[in-house]
Design a protein around this ligand. Structure first.
Ligand SMILES: *[C@@H]1O[C@H](CO)[C@@H](O)[C@H](O)[C@H]1NC(C)=O
Ligand SMILES: *[C@@H]1O[C@H](CO)[C@@H](O)[C@H](O)[C@H]1NC(C)=O
Ligand SMILES: *[C@@H]1O[C@H](CO)[C@@H](O)[C@H](O)[C@H]1NC(C)=O
Ligand SMILES: *[C@@H]1O[C@H](CO)[C@@H](O)[C@H](O)[C@H]1NC(C)=O
Ligand SMILES: *[C@@H]1O[C@H](CO)[C@@H](O)[C@H](O)[C@H]1NC(C)=O
Length: 622
């Protein structure tokens, strides 16, 4: 009989009520009593004498323990009668038991129950002639084991292993009687089955007599076990019941092959342009994470492997040459060829704008010109033309019609990509308008009146390209000089100044390669009678008067001739008195200086006559 077979999880209150035919005494005991290790336990033993009205003359009570279940060898541990109650000395119970006795029975109390106390205790009642009988109680001792300790295998377990692999080990110590270990996966018991689950259990008896057990779980791992929880549980008997204690849950590392690979762009978001740094990432569903090989499909169809770091491929400063089909795959031979990630990478670009005509273009006045602006791009572009920061056109064509000098200037074509605003460029063309001089202002002839002695400014401004030359032709006066001169890309401006001493006619002759334009000025001198004293301090220098008279005379004659000729539109070129300002400037300046030294030039009362706003009456005296 094993302990387990004798064990029971219910109390036996079976009183044996049978009566021996030859005995007049009846002894009653529990068949089994269960107790925790270390506790105290009471084992009662009741008796009754029938023939002597329940009260015999002499009763002797002895308690024995069975020392050997096979030989049934027994040892007495207690003796009691009318006179003596003796706990036998030198037994394992000496000092550990107590006896309580009354008329109907006796009760054995064992303190600090030990494992060795699991045995039969015999109560023997002897009334000599009144009868003799003995009964026994089996004492069962229980010690719950410590909580089980589980340890999962640390290394990864591959699903490709053909046989079940060791997954975890479980240990529970110091229990009594023997106990069981059960394995659980996600709280469902794992029942051993061929090729799937195998459990190895071992049991040891500690020096204390308590049992310790360990169990190893072998298990055929599947991919879904990567998230599974494994635990073990001990089940053990306690007085009247079975109890269980579970270990903590542990997970295992499952190694499984890659079945799917994904390749995607991590950054930047949106459209990619040349110069961007692009980060591609690859991820597979396998464990452990494999090292991927990145490649790009070349034009000829072959894959070109690329340098990558882990599962990241960085493409620095991409260009349009980096466009194409990118792939990531596992090292050759580790998986099927079709397990790979793919993605198309597009890199957008915008080439520098090309404006036709290039750089600089000359137009003739009145001409038309269409300029075009083109910038090669992978995306739709939008063009706006600017001149002097003002929008002058949209689209890739710019039409310049009927060119004037205002048409001249810098035209910038600004190219943008609406879908990718960070892409933009520009190009420009410089338009030059060629044409003959064109004087600013309407009049062909300007008539002025000025008081004698006053200083008069004549202004002449002409548009044209190349910049017109301005030549002044004075009749009857040699004291004029240029006080202002400016020449730009499309204009020339000259102001001359002189003191009025008599009627003067002057011609502003502007010319360039494309033509000429002239304007005549007629200045009528108004004699100043009251201020003639101004001239008296001229120290009687008759020369001045002679000059003045000569001037007046010459002016009179030449003026009428010029006027006559001019009216007929036939001013002859290269007349005497003509001065090319640009060539004879220094000489003229000298003249001015000389005249000033003579005290003739008077500049406080001067009139600037701007031809643009020129007054028909011509005189503007301050
Ligand atoms: C495993 O245990 C963890 C924590 O104990 C829990 O969050 C998880 O849901 C469990 N998994 C399963 C499949 O029961
Ligand atoms: C241990 O397992 C055996 C065999 O399955 C069973 O008979 C016994 O009752 C179990 N003991 C406990 C304490 O669960
Ligand atoms: C044209 O492009 C140049 C160089 O890219 C830039 O410096 C300039 O500001 C641009 N001009 C305009 C009008 O956008
Ligand atoms: C004006 O200048 C041009 C070029 O120098 C010359 O050919 C022309 O004759 C001049 N006209 C007059 C009226 O002086
Ligand atoms: C004539 O022009 C000169 C130079 O621009 C200027 O200094 C002077 O004041 C002007 N004279 C008159 C009368 O406008």
């Amino acid at each position: 009989m094993t302990l387990r077979q004798r064990g029971a999880f219910f109390y036996l209150f079976l009183f044996l009520c049978s009566r021996n035919a030859w005995a007049d005494v009846e002894v009653t005991m529990h068949k089994n009593i269960e107790v925790y290790l270390g506790d105290s336990v009471e084992i009662p033993c009741q008796y009754k004498f029938y023939e002597v009205d329940g009260v015999p003359k002499f009763v002797m009570i002895q308690w024995f323990v069975v020392k050997n279940a096979v030989t049934r060898a027994r040892a007495r541990i207690y003796y009691g009668d009318d006179q003596h109650q003796v706990v036998d000395g030198d037994t394992e119970y000496t000092g550990r038991i107590q006896m309580t006795t009354d008329q109907h029975g006796t009760k054995l109390t064992i303190k600090k129950v030990q494992l060795s106390d699991q045995r039969n205790f015999i109560c023997s009642v002897n009334g000599l002639s009144d009868g003799t009988m003995e009964r026994k109680t089996y004492l069962s001792v229980f010690a719950p084991p410590e909580a089980p300790i589980i340890k999962a295998v640390q290394a990864g377990i591959s699903v490709t292993n053909e046989m079940p692999s060791t997954v975890a080990a479980c240990q529970a110590r110091n229990g009594f009687p023997q106990f069981n270990i059960t394995w659980y996966r996600n709280n469902i018991p794992l029942v051993p089955s061929a090729g799937r689950v195998k459990v190895w259990t071992g049991e040891t008896v500690e020096s204390s007599g308590l049992y310790s057990a360990h169990s190893t779980l072998e298990y055929k791992v599947l991919k879904e076990d990567k998230d599974a929880n494994f635990s073990c549980e001990v089940s053990f008997y306690v007085p009247g019941a079975i109890r269980t204690v579970e270990s903590i849950s542990v997970g295992i590392t499952v190694h499984y092959p890659v079945t799917m690979v994904e390749l995607w762009r991590e950054s930047p978001a949106g459209l990619i342009k040349e110069g961007d740094t692009v980060e591609l990432r690859c991820q597979g569903d396998g464990n452990p994470t494999p090292t991927f090989i990145f490649s790009r499909a070349r034009e000829d169809g072959a894959d070109e492997d690329l340098d990558s770091r882990g599962n990241v491929l960085m493409l620095q400063a991409v260009s349009r040459r980096d466009r194409g089909l990118y792939r990531c795959r596992l090292p050759d031979g580790t998986s099927h060829d079709d397990v790979k990630g793919e993605m198309e990478l597009n890199v957008h670009y915008l080439d520098p704008a090309v404006v036709v005509p290039k750089e600089s273009e000359a137009m003739l006045k009145g001409e038309c010109l269409t300029a075009s602006c083109n910038a090669l791009s992978s995306l739709k572009t939008s063009m706006v033309w600017y001149k002097d920061s003002k929008v002058v056109g949209e689209g890739n064509m710019l039409h310049l019609q009927d060119a004037t000098y205002e048409t001249a200037g810098e035209y910038v074509c600004e190219v943008t990509v609406p879908a990718l605003p960070t892409l933009h460029t520009n190009g420009s063309v410089h338009i030059v308008v060629h044409g003959g001089p064109q004087l600013v202002g309407e009049e062909q002839e300007v008539h002025l009146k000025a008081a004698v002695g006053k200083t008069v400014n004549l202004s002449c401004e002409a548009r044209g390209h190349p910049a017109p030359r301005i030549t002044w032709i004075f009749d009857g006066c040699q004291n004029w000089h240029e006080v202002f001169s400016k020449s730009g890309d499309h204009m020339t401006h000259s102001v001359v100044s002189f003191a009025v001493d008599s009627d003067i006619s002057a011609i502003c002759n502007t010319s360039n390669d494309f033509g000429i334009d002239v304007r005549a000025f007629n200045i009528k001198a108004i004699p100043l009678v009251s201020s003639s004293t101004h001239f008296s301090p001229a120290e009687g220098s008759g020369v001045i008067f002679v000059v003045i008279i000569l001037c007046l005379l010459l002016l009179g004659i030449l003026g009428s001739v010029l006027y006559f000729l001019h009216k007929k539109g036939k001013i002859p070129c290269g007349r005497s008195g003509k001065q090319d300002i640009s060539k004879e400037k220094t000489a003229k300046d000298d003249i001015v200086m000389e005249m000033k030294d003579n005290g003739i030039a008077k500049s406080e009362d001067a009139v600037l006559l701007n031809a643009v706003n020129g007054d028909k009456n011509g005189t503007n005296e301050q």
